[in-house]
Design a protein around this ligand. Structure first.
Ligand code: PLP
Length: 441
């Protein structure tokens, strides 16, 4: 029988994607009855697992009151409560929140607030944003301008703002050719050098993911890196934006990824785990001192979307935060993350193509290499990452691709299951991954 023509644009056109019928905990079930262990929480999003009844109830309760109010006309109880709750969850408090619908909008809004912060003080020339090679801050044009993700930028380079980039803290293949023993944090000094070259009077902010996600695969910076970065930012009057879209809300075993480094960002971008995938919800958070010139000036952040501060999504987010608290999921991410890293390191003993195992909490990754000694990557045309992901998928295991390599020329996968994963489910995950890597090799 001839197949009906399609109307939905999927990631790869013409490819068959199974339809998911329902999800429960760490598992998804397609309409043919196949079961998948969601070891990537989708795109590192479904952090409390699938099909949680409390969230469905919170959604229904809010829908019974009101689902939509327009932020230029009204506020709502859930949005007000969520902004206060998020501020209270940070170690230092005193953050404002601007709610949006995706991580890309969150980083782009943070960028705009940073630029506006300087404009309102009569310093409009401070409008450039420094980011890092090997970074991903989103797919919209402003967010992509701040991203070093080579593959995702390539087609749109003519439309992107030419923002400067500095070296990432990627110790496995240090872009500045230092060794861990004689590190000296030259990657942080690279920011200082860039600021001096461009002139601090032209720079509004520096943006970084606390732990690099899609563009590198759970790349954890060396000790002292963020302290040095923050000091450089303060010395040059540059705001520090932490892109916590992937690391935020318990994923790494702290509520915010930056807590591992004891540094307080001026602005924070959140998404993904904020609503754990139950509705679109994201936030740009800004400290009091960032908002002060705007409060004393125009009193209006020049941004916003029709669905900003949606009460339905805010109610879901509040329910997700309550669930995380009730079930001790920050601690669970620490405990299960430690167990997962231990098991992945054991896999590295068995498979020579594993070059590096890294991560923090339940944000972990494996980087694959053709030669472990020289760390030489596989030729890109072999498509090793995709082969592993596809074979794992056939076995009912979902893992997430990461670029790996400073300029996206390596192979890595992210393993980031829901924070609710049990020991038994974790052993199943590692067993399936072991089988997959053995067969690919
Ligand atoms: N920032 C980071 C660190 C991300 O990992 C992502 C998505 O993967 C984004 C921003 C963009 O978020 P979204 O896909 O929700 O627009």
């Amino acid at each position: 029988m001839e197949r009906e023509r399609e109307h939905l644009i999927k990631p790869v056109l013409g490819r068959h994607y199974p339809a998911i019928a329902y999800g429960k905990g760490v598992f998804l079930y397609d309409d043919a009855g196949k079961k998948y262990l969601d070891a990537s929480s989708g795109a590192v999003t479904a952090s409390i697992g699938h099909g949680v009844q409390e969230i469905a109830e919170a959604m229904q309760e809010q829908a019974g009151k009101v689902s939509f109010v327009y932020r230029s006309q009204f506020t709502s109880e859930p949005a007000e409560q969520l902004a206060k709750k998020l501020s209270d969850l940070t170690p230092g408090g005193d953050y404002w929140s601007f709610f949006v619908n995706s991580g890309s909008e969150a980083t782009e809004t943070a960028m705009k607030i940073a630029i506006q912060h300087w404009q309102e003080q009569g310093r409009p020339s401070k409008h450039r944003i420094i980011s890092r090679r090997m970074s991903y801050h989103g797919i919209t044009l402003g967010a992509l301008s701040m991203s070093g993700h080579v593959l995702r930028r390539r087609r749109f380079v003519p439309l992107l703002e030419d923002f400067p980039v500095v070296a990432p803290p990627y110790c496995y293949r240090c872009p500045l050719r230092q060794t861990p023993a004689a590190c000296g944090l030259a990657c942080a000094d690279d920011l200082d050098a860039a600021v001096k070259r461009i002139g601090a009077e032209h720079i509004a902010a520096f943006i970084a993911e606390p732990i690099i996600g899609a563009a590198g695969g759970a790349v954890v910076p060396p000790d002292g890196y963020y302290e040095k970065i923050k000091a450089i930012c303060e010395r040059h009057e540059i705001l520090f934006i932490a892109d916590e879209v992937m690391t935020g809300i318990a994923r790494t075993g702290e509520m915010f990824g930056m807590q591992h480094f004891g540094v307080e960002p001026d602005l924070i971008a959140l998404g993904k785990g904020m609503s754990a995938g139950y509705t679109p919800m994201a936030a740009a958070m800004a400290k009091d001192h960032v908002m002060a010139p705007i409060l004393q000036g125009s009193r209006s952040v020049m941004s916003g979307h029709t669905y900003s501060a949606n009460p339905q999504s805010a109610a879901v987010s509040l329910a997700v935060l309550a669930y995380i608290d009730k079930h001790g999921l920050v601690q669970a991410a620490q405990n299960q993350g430690a167990l997962l890293l231990e098991r992945l390191r054991q896999l590295a003993d068995r498979h020579v193509i594993i070059g590096d195992v890294r991560g923090e909490g339940l944000l972990t990754a494996i980087e694959f290499v053709a030669d472990r000694q020289s760390k030489h990557p596989f030729p890109p045309e072999l498509g090793v990452t995709n082969k592993i992901i596809d074979l794992a998928f056939q076995k009912g295991l979902l893992v997430y691709p990461a670029a790996g390599g400073v300029d996206g020329d390596g192979d890595a996968i992210i393993i980031a299951p829901p924070l609710t994963i049990t020991d038994e489910e974790l052993e199943l995950l590692v067993g399936l991954l072991d089988e997959t890597i053995r067969e690919v090799t």
